[in-house]
Design a protein around this ligand. Sequence first.
Ligand code: CP
Ligand code: NVA
Length: 314
Amino acid sequence: MTTSMTKPDIPLKHYLQFSDFTASEYAYIFERAALIKKKFKAYDKHQPLADRTLAMIFEKASTRTRVSFEAGMYQMGGSVVHLTTDGSQLGRAEPIEDSAKVISRMVDLVMIRTYEQTKIERFAEHSRVPVINGLTNEFHPCQILADIFTYIEHRGDIRGKTVAWVGDGNNMANTWLQASEILGFNVHVSTPSGYEVDQDVAGLRSNESYKVFKDPKEACAGADLVTTDVWTSMGYEAENEKRKTAFAAWCVDEDMMQKAKPDALFMHCLPAHRGEEVQAEVIDGPQSVVWDEAENRLHVQKALMEYLLLGKLA
Ligand code: CP
Ligand code: NVA
């Protein structure tokens, strides 16, 4: 009896954090994403996932993740089931393990956006099919996949480059740090005190790929990419007022961008709050690539789903 609905010769693999894949798997995914994007732009059908079904479980709000996974799966010939906490038995305390066993008998792939990373790990442990992290409190690997693909499109290889992270030591920061260890670039991190990254939570092997700066301007000095995120992530809304005070100096402004390299890019995973974590002049300015970054969620996640279900294609 098979335990997975992926092709029998494809080992069951989950994508729960950035460190789940090696540098060579990323090289393959970026190459496929570029091809898939090119075909999409040429209205050339790419439907390797005909008859496959993706279940998307959202315990937090989403625009980009929902649209990119849903549109992506349909464009690849498959279909989608959309579940929310309130609209399913997940909101009525059905154990996550039972939900995983049931859902994964009916679909080929599951994407989950939830709170604790342990929740998605428990789901994956009991799933017959690949599980993708669509954001947890700790990580957002699909976003960093899109961000690095966007960097490569604009500037080439990210190896040896410097990324400045300005803001909260949150899921995005943790994932940038994991990516730096795997893909060989550096991260300059500047957070207000009390909001630092935690190396254990981020799941890092060492502190060699990143450097911490008290002053966000110093973190931006010489950077190839400056990036930030909301001051208050989903699930932390009760801390909003306190955070507004603590983060006041962590707004990416033109001054900070001037400290970075002249050809530095600006990224933000979105949604953004202009006037809080980023000045309108920066996010809407010439160095910003946020719209490419958002679009690329579609292309990289198509490559990711294809890889998880079909493995490496010639
Ligand atoms: N960046 C991102 O994940 O956006 P959504 O919350 O809209 O999915
Ligand atoms: N750090 C943000 C990212 C949103 C896409 C959050 O978790 O809410």
